[in-house]
Design a protein around this ligand. Structure first.
Ligand code: 13P
Length: 257
């Protein structure tokens, strides 16, 4: 890693009811001072964002929505606008998670619209990209992630791209217990950074945080941290318990602190 502030983000997905969500958020907020060199983020389900944000009030923990719409308001049943998310204290939005692409028809075009709207409303966009197992086996990993990053950032000016975090999440590693190896993650992250330099410039590429997601656990974080283009993790399963989430955060803190 480098001068880029590392991120440890918990994507809680559709898990936790209200009280357990608040308990977890409270534990994360309480421990956040211990890991002062790490940017912590949690992402509960939409209806709990406000309550979780309140629980963490006074801490530096970021609050991420799991999705965001591109319109300000209107006839879009089931969606939430960036202004509404800002209103309730969100700082970040996860966009284009593979589960959204796989189960809810999210496309590169909609990911781009969501990303632009989020950024225009001062939400940091955590844009997720990653290849399937078939694409990896077919040697198409690089092509796939370049296509996804390029599409997601289409018409995003440099001034807004500074507020982008890219999450590399290979589909075959999500929820499977089989993390990418540190070398596989590094290769993908380096590809993304190089692409960012081409799309914008080297300075922007050097300051963009590129994080990894896919079966990150306390036992496999160490190898990832050592990779030069690894700037943190987007964690699913292991973010649902304060112990495992904070153990990963402490490992990152120990490395950079
Ligand atoms: P797991 O950590 O459960 O594999 O999930 C990763 C993920 O999808 C984070 O967004």
């Amino acid at each position: 890693m480098s001068e880029r502030t590392p991120i440890v983000a918990g994507n809680w997905k559709m898990n936790k009811t209200l009280e357990p969500a608040r308990e977890l958020a409270g534990a994360v907020a309480e421990a956040s001072d211990e890991v002062g060199d790490v940017e912590l983020i949690v992402s509960p389900v939409g209806p709990y964002l406000r309550a979780v944000g309140r629980t963490m009030e006074g801490s530096d923990v970021g609050l991420a929505a799991q999705n965001v719409h591109w319109a300000e308001s209107g006839a879009y049943t089931g969606e939430v606008s960036p202004t509404m998310l800002r209103d309730i204290g969100c700082s970040h939005a996860i966009i284009g998670h593979s589960e959204r692409r796989q189960y809810f028809g999210e496309t590169d075009v909609s990911v781009n619209r969501r990303a632009r709207a989020a950024l225009e409303h001062d939400l940091t966009a955590i844009i997720c990209v990653g290849e399937s197992l078939a694409e990896r086996k077919g040697g198409d990993t690089e092509l796939k992630i370049k296509l996804q990053v390029r599409a997601a950032l289409s018409e995003v000016p440099r001034s807004l791209a500074r507020n982008v975090i890219i999450a590399y999440e290979p589909l075959w590693a999500i929820g499977t217990g089989e993390s990418a190896t540190p070398e596989q993650a590094q290769d993908a992250h380096a590809t993304i950074r190089q692409l960012m330099a081409g799309l914008y410039d080297q300075k922007l590429a050097d300051t963009t945080r590129i994080i990894y997601g896919g079966s990150v656990k306390p036992h496999n974080i160490d190898g990832l941290i050592e990779q030069p283009d690894f700037d943190g993790a987007l964690i699913g399963g292991a973010s649902l318990q304060a112990d495992s989430f904070l153990s990963i955060a402490r490992s990152v803190q120990d490395y950079v602190g």
